[in-house]
Design a protein around this ligand. Structure first.
Ligand code: TGC
Ligand code: FAD
Length: 387
């Protein structure tokens, strides 16, 4: 048997601080005991496990990187490890935490007034207020500047018209961070559930992220006071700055999916006997497993260095793009290959790969498609904008 840990071949764990190890172990235990036992059924039923939200809050997982306001104030590597452990269960529960933390709490913290921070962040950290983030519209999410949602000034208020598509947490959210054109440039607004003219509707028949809520948002002359506008940012750099935070977490999360698929298949091929020998004793199966290990190891090192750069304050969006692209791609490839190695059993929810594989089809599209991230890196290398 291997002297090395198959899911940590380079002892990357030894590069973590004691606190980071403790956080990873705590989240891993929660995931093993509370989330993994219910997730296949949630996915099958198309149900988000909202019963886990108080536990996310209790563990300090909501807005974990924010200092103060009831948040845990953890470093970026710890946030990455949280995402990795949650996604070892399911991309849907990592999505919930990403959206709440990086796409709702972060903009309120980074671009909001002190009054907005005090009003929303403690309740969001406690899981009492759930948020969503509305940037994408139906006519093309890769090009957010092309949005049709507008906010027009009317006295001291704003009137918002338009719609958003593919919004995680939309119908379960108490507040939505909505990005809209204004005469001064793109701005963010905090819309509250129940505001007249504001409606959210679920998107059904999804074959991916079935344990996550995905919705459409509609704004029909929604009147919003100026105190609900995020005052400290104007322009696309507002939402793109939030995406950098969320994409950072997604650079880590899919490593968890990949580890879940690879671990399960390692056990399976050891037991499965065909042609009088275990599958694990065949050359092609070993090559496929070795390739999974190679990809996971490089993804782990990439994510950790990205986290160290982020904690040092030097991380650049292009580096996030490369890591999101690489790590989602490796996880999707591993999930598909693991599904195949399980044969017919691989198409059922009794095994994890098919669920991770289907989820990762969303993860490779959202937060910037694979092509968008490749073109961000290409632009960095060549100086030519090829979008
Ligand atoms: P450009 O017009 O050149 O730049 C506008 C301003 O933004 C700045 N900037 C960034 N700032 C922070 N982070 C980034 N990643 C940034 N990228 C650009 C830029 O410096 C500029 O600032 P300033 O001061 O000069 O005004 O825009 P661009 O050409 O860089 O962007 C093009 C492109 C295609 C990369 C961008 O539009 C893009 O990223 N498109 C993809 C959109 C996307 O990812 N949407 C995701 C929606 S949310 C979501 O999917 C949530 S899923 C959640 C879940 O369930 O987990
Ligand atoms: P398009 O932008 O129409 O892209 C279609 C195809 O064209 C893709 O393959 C793309 O890579 C390719 N393409 C685009 N531009 C170019 C180019 N210049 N050259 C070559 N190829 C190109 N959005 C939010 O705002 N908030 C959320 O909470 C949220 N949650 C989501 C949850 C799920 C489950 C999903 C699936 C999506 C979510 N999204 C959310 C939306 C997501 O960000 C968009 O789906 C994504 O940005 C892509 O936009 P699009 O679907 O309109 O595809």
């Amino acid at each position: 048997m291997s002297q090395l840990n198959p899911t940590d071949l380079y002892d990357i764990r030894s590069l973590l601080t004691e606190d980071e190890c403790l956080i990873q172990d705590t989240v891993a235990r929660f995931v093993d005991e509370k989330a993994i036992p219910i997730i296949a059924e949630c996915f099958d039923e198309g149900r988000f496990p909202s019963e886990l939200v108080p536990e996310f809050a209790e563990l300090g997982l909501l807005g974990s990187s924010i200092e103060g306001y009831g948040c845990a104030g953890l470093n970026s590597v710890a946030y990455g490890l949280i995402c990795q452990e949650l996604e070892r269960c399911d991309s849907g529960i990592r999505s919930f935490v990403s959206v709440q933390s990086s796409l709702c709490m972060y903009p309120i913290y980074a671009y909001g007034s002190e009054e907005q921070r005090q009003r929303w962040l403690p309740d969001m950290a406690a899981g009492k207020v759930i948020g969503c983030f509305g940037l994408t519209e139906s006519h093309g999410g890769s090009d957010p500047m092309n949005m049709n949602t507008w906010a027009k000034k009317d006295g001291d208020d704003w009137i918002i018209n338009g719609s958003k598509m593919w919004i995680t947490n939309g119908t379960i959210a108490d507040i939505a961070i909505v990005w809209a054109h204004t005469d001064d440039g793109v701005q963010g607004f905090i819309l509250e559930k129940g505001m007249p003219g504001f409606e959210a509707r679920d998107i059904h028949a999804k074959m991916s992220l079935r344990a996550s809520v995905t919705s459409e948002l509609y704004f029909d002359n929604v009147r919003v006071p100026d105190s609900s506008r995020l005052p400290n940012v104007i322009g696309l750099k507002g939402p793109l700055g939030c995406l950098t935070q969320a994409r950072y977490g997604i650079s880590w999360g899919p490593i968890g999916s990949a580890i879940a698929c690879y671990s399960e298949v390692l056990d399976y091929v050891a037991d499965r006997k065909l042609f009088q020998r275990p599958l694990a004793a065949t050359q092609t199966v070993q090559i496929r497993l070795a390739d999974m290990a190679r990809r996971i190891t490089t993804g782990q090192l990439l994510a950790l260095q990205l986290g160290r750069l982020k904690d040092a304050g030097t991380m650049k969006p292009t580096q996030v793009s490369l890591a999101k692209w690489n790590n989602v791609r490796l996880a999707l490839d591993i999930a598909r290959d693991a599904r195949d190695l399980l044969g017919g059993s691989g198409i059922t929810l009794e095994y994890v790969p098919v669920r991770h594989m289907l989820n990762l089809e969303s993860v490779i599209t959202y937060e910037g498609t694979e092509t968008v991230h490749q073109l961000v890196v290409g632009r960095e290398l060549t100086g030519h904008n090829a979008f």
